[in-house]
Design a binder for this molecule. Structure first.
Ligand code: ADQ
Length: 468
């Protein structure tokens, strides 16, 4: 079995137990690397003034971590600019927030070339190379240019938008051409795969055959959806751990028997936080009997604070929270608890288990792991209700959730009211259906499916004459 080489923007070595702050994705990838042995390569998190930074190596068991620093200007253009202010908003359908700067694009290409040049000397042609996410789309093309023959796969963690939206990117053709140099392209959902195929047809640069095989820019490769999941058992165990219980008991004491509604996200404009707050305000306005009976806790971890749009969002959320509390609070009841920081995964799992409603209402989301974590943390004898946006990838595999359109504020408020009143047997029935899916399509299933498919792809096949 060949080595696995994982490449992501950031490298997250896990030193302690699984209960550290590292996300489920890092844990899932590390489990794969532990099995196969291999390399995890990416940015160190540090910036430097050296023009050609030297990679740092660190070995732990069968895994070698290799990280590089990035020059300040490169980092700004690649990460602060093109990744976070061009691709992220555009791929989440926020054309109004996307900026198209040629300098950023050139910096993005430079960093992808640098990543490829720094990793290449460590690679062998029998390796499996798995590159992650929108920061690194052209890295595979750069590795091919250097002469790498190994099988290469790419997984996009965020949505791939419809053709109409995607072609507003001035470099749309360059990025899709780069994607077609991989042997396997993984997307979160069948919608994303369809959007990608649709681009090939409409731009007349390729076409799809049965089973996800495509010809794009003269190369044959495979495309498929692989819905990312979580380690459901691990998360469920966390939710009954001492740390989780301690936190949730303290929280329960402060609620005085009221129903808890919880929202947990990075503070990001794709997550629909302001719309969700408006829906809660509408709940309290339209269903006055809920006043004093519910508490909504919104936990939003700070994210991408150097990007101006994120600061604007922070101000909007703060204004909305203040307004709601000013309008509805009583001297002995606080309607909303807004917390602008992260918590450990254990603590969050305890909070999830205590909540009657998990509100996961992004305006657009590749998958959304919070939705799955919420389900995994519930107690079978008294489970909460998941209210989930139809625009999260997770909604495609969430039979049992209350599916909502997050733009329809009144409907989300009604869904909250209905979920608070939902009888126990219906909550249990919905949860059983949900947990079965979360357990079956877990993080192990995701990584095994992808790596297995990558292993089985036939590399470097050119398009036959007849098909061109
Ligand atoms: P994200 O946009 O970060 O991920 P999500 O899938 O929900 O979104 O994952 C967030 C992770 O961070 C979860 O494990 C969650 O528990 C944790 N987290 C969120 N808020 C937190 C807080 N306040 N404190 C502590 N932890 C917090 C991107 C894509 C998603 C896709 C994932 C994985 O945008 O669509 O599901 O990658 O592919």
């Amino acid at each position: 079995m060949g080595r696995l080489i994982v490449v992501s923007n950031r490298v997250t070595p896990l030193s302690g137990s699984k209960a550290t702050a590292a996300g489920g994705l890092a844990v899932g990838l590390l489990d794969t690397l532990r099995e196969t042995g291999g390399i995890w390569f990416g940015w160190s998190g540090d910036q430097t003034d050296n023009s050609v930074p030297l990679p740092k190596l660190f070995r732990s068991g069968k895994i070698t971590y290799i990280t590089i620093d990035l020059g300040r200007e490169d980092f700004e253009a690649y990460y602060g600019g093109f990744a976070n202010r061009t691709l992220w908003p555009l791929f989440h359908y926020r054309l109004d927030l996307a900026s198209f700067e040629r300098e950023w694009y050139l910096g993005y290409r430079r960093v992808n070339r640098l990543f490829a040049e720094q990793l290449f000397p460590y690679l062998r042609d029998d390796d499996l190379v798995w590159i992650h996410d929108f920061h690194l789309i052209p890295m595979g093309e750069e590795l091919r240019r250097l002469g790498l023959k190994a099988q290469m796969g790419f997984f996009l963690h965020i949505p791939f938008p419809t053709w109409e939206v995607y072609v507003t990117l001035p470099w749309h053709d360059r990025l899709v051409q780069a994607m077609c140099t991989y042997d396997l392209l993984g997307f979160q959902t069948s919608n994303d795969v369809r959007n990608f195929h649709d681009y090939l047809y409409r731009e007349n640069v390729g076409y799809a055959l049965a089973g996800g095989v495509i010809y794009g820019y003269g190369r044959r490769l495979r495309t498929r959806d692989y819905a990312i999941g979580i380690d459901a058992k691990d998360f469920a165990d966390m939710a009954v751990s001492v740390e989780a219980r301690r936190a949730s008991e303290r929280l329960a004491r402060s609620l005085l028997g009221r129903n808890l509604i919880i929202g947990v996200d990075r503070l990001d404009y794709t997550k629909g936080i302001t719309e969700r707050l408006a829906a809660y305000e509408t709940l309290l306005q339209n269903f006055p009997r809920q006043r004093g009976q519910v508490t909504y806790m919104q936990i939003s971890a700070p994210s991408r604070q150097d990007v101006p749009e994120y600061n604007d969002l922070k101000l909007q959320v703060e204004a909305a929270s203040g307004r709601i509390n000013g309008r509805f609070n009583e001297f002995d009841w606080m309607a909303l608890r807004y917390i602008n920081r992260g918590f450990t995964r254990r603590t969050l799992s305890g909070f999830f288990r205590l909540s009657r409603i998990g509100l996961v209402t992004p305006l657009r989301d590749g998958m959304n792991l919070v939705a799955k974590e919420y389900v995994a943390a519930q107690a079978e004898e008294d489970p909460g209700v998941l209210i989930l946006s139809r625009f999260a990838g997770a909604a495609l595999d969430a039979d049992g959730a209350v599916i909502v359109n997050p733009y329809d504020i009144e409907a989300v408020a009604e869904a909250m009211n209905m979920s608070i009143l939902m009888p126990l047997d219906e909550r249990q029935d919905r949860w059983r259906r949900l947990i079965a899916q979360v357990r079956e399509h877990d993080i192990g299933y995701w990584r095994r499916s992808f790596v297995e498919d990558l292993r089985q792809t036939v590399p470097q096949e050119e398009e036959p004459e007849a098909a061109s």
